[in-house]
Design a binder for this molecule. Structure first.
Ligand SMILES: [Fe+2]
Ligand SMILES: [Fe+2]
Length: 175
């Protein structure tokens, strides 16, 4: 039986993998001269890294082992500008399932502080899936007019994080 702490270590690996995948997506868009999409995914990459570091800090605070993980190589080749967003949406949906499973595991262990810790991530996943679904619709609709996507991103400030006082503290961020 995996424990909450061991599964959270697994999740740290998934979050770093997501971060690296978003770097790869951003670099792809930069190479296609789509700077708005590139900027969006560079930002997402930092957010995913922060998710990993929030989990690292939580385990440190709980006096549990933290294993800094290696990760699998990200996908770097894409058929067209729609493909990376479709991949990103699938990734966010997968993470939502993982986060929900972590909350359920914490509850089954009677570990209510860990269950509480997962609440912020549950809320975050709802936003990230919604944002990525919107973006997928826009890139699909604008397939032959990539500049329309760039205009959309410039207008919408998609997925911009304001200051969120309820966000867990990422390890090493000094805040
Ligand atoms: Fe994440
Ligand atoms: Fe995410």
């Amino acid at each position: 039986m995996p424990t909450f702490a061991s599964q959270l270590n697994e999740q740290i690996r998934y979050e770093f993998s997501a971060s690296q995948q978003y770097v790869a997506v951003a670099v792809y868009y930069d190479s296609q001269s789509l700077p708005g999409l590139a900027a969006h995914f560079y930002r997402q990459a930092v957010e995913e890294r922060n998710h990993a570091m929030m989990m690292v800090q939580y385990l440190l605070d709980a006096d549990k082992d933290v294993v800094t993980p290696g990760i699998d190589p990200p996908q770097t080749d894409f058929a067209d500008p729609v493909a990376p967003v479709a991949l990103a949406l699938a990734q966010e949906k997968r993470v939502t399932d993982q986060i929900n499973a972590l909350a359920a595991l914490a509850r089954s262990e009677g570990d209510y502080s860990s269950e509480q810790f997962m609440q912020w991530f549950i809320k975050e996943q709802i936003e990230e899936v919604a944002t990525m679904s919107d973006l997928l619709r826009v890139v699909e609709r604008s397939q032959d007019h990539a500049m329309d996507i760039e205009d959309y991103l410039a207008r919408e400030q998609l997925g911009e994080e304001g200051d969120d006082p309820t966000a867990p503290h990422p390890a090493g961020s000094g805040a």
